[in-house]
Structure formats: C-alpha cells, structure tokens
Design a protein around this ligand. Structure first.
Ligand SMILES: CC(C)(COP(=O)(O)OP(=O)(O)OC[C@H]1O[C@@H](n2cnc3c(N)ncnc32)[C@H](O)[C@@H]1OP(=O)(O)O)[C@@H](O)C(=O)NCCC(=O)NCCS
Length: 108
C-alpha cells in the first residue's frame, strides 16, 4: 500500500493506493480535527474481497497520525454502503441537505 501526499491551497490531499483501489483523504487546514474521505473506489472486478475495508482503515490510520479525531464522508442514504460504513464504526451525522445523500462520521 502506498500513500501520496499533495499540498494544496486549502490544506492537503492524500491518495492511498492499493493494487485494485484508491482512497482519497482531504485535509483542510481550517478544520484540523476532521478529515474527509472524498473518494473510495475499488475496481469492479476486485470488489467484495476486503480491499475497500483495507483502504478505509489505512486512511483512518493516516488521519490519526495527523491528529484528526474524526473522519467524515458522504454516501447515498438508501444503499448497502450506509450499513457497510456503520459496521466500520461510522454514524450518520447529517441528512436532508442533498437529495439522497447523508454525511457519516467516525470519531477516534
Ligand atoms: C464501496 C466499495 C469501495 C467497497 O469495496 P469492497 O472492496 O467491495 O468492499 P469490502 O470487500 O471491503 O467489503 C465487503 C462488504 O461489503 C458488502 N458489500 C460489498 N458490495 C456489496 C453489494 N454490491 N451489495 C451489498 N453488499 C455489498 C459485503 O456484504 C461485505 O460485507 P462483509 O465483509 O461484512 O461480508 C466498492 O463497492 C466501490 O468501489 N464502489 C463504487 C464506489 C463507491 O460507491 N464508493 C463509496 C463512496 S462513499
């Protein structure tokens, strides 16, 4: 697993790579306690083999090392992914702001 760090005007972006997937974490220097999983994708042919979970956990480790105490993300409300994130320790913290979408968050 590799992590590539990019510095941006707003903060930092980290791309966590694994052979069949990628997770992007966004850090905003105005909110140092929280970071956002803005992309999490596993190649279609490699899904359901635990890669998504590995990527998410690696991203959380990076967030902890950067002293964030929360990871947040946006996901479709009526989707199996909501339960998937719940099993990984995420709670719904906001809904109704964007049709069909919710914000979920995990605190360390
Ligand atoms: C979401 C995503 C990253 C999951 O990656 P993955 O490697 O397939 O997931 P994992 O193998 O780690 O997790 C498998 C679990 O998810 C569940 N799952 C995976 N695909 C599913 C599907 N199509 N329908 C229902 N459940 C599904 C399985 O029940 C399994 O649960 P278990 O481990 O408790 O048995 C992947 O489906 C993906 O890239 N989707 C498209 C992009 C996307 O929607 N990203 C999320 C944006 S918030």
């Amino acid at each position: 697993m590799d992590a590539i760090y990019f510095y941006t005007l707003a903060g930092e972006e980290v791309f966590v790579h694994i052979e069949h997937g990628i997770c992007r974490l966004t850090f905003d220097r105005k909110c140092p306690d929280v970071c956002f999983v803005s992309t999490l994708i596993v190649n279609e042919s490699s899904r359901q083999h635990g890669i998504g979970k590995q990527l998410l956990r690696a991203a959380e480790l990076i967030a902890k090392r950067k002293c964030c105490n929360r990871v947040s993300l946006q996901v479709e409300n009526n989707s199996w992914k909501k339960e998937w994130y719940k099993r990984e320790g995420y709670d719904v913290i906001a809904d109704g702001y964007d049709e069909g979408m919710i914000i979920m968050s995990k605190e360390f």
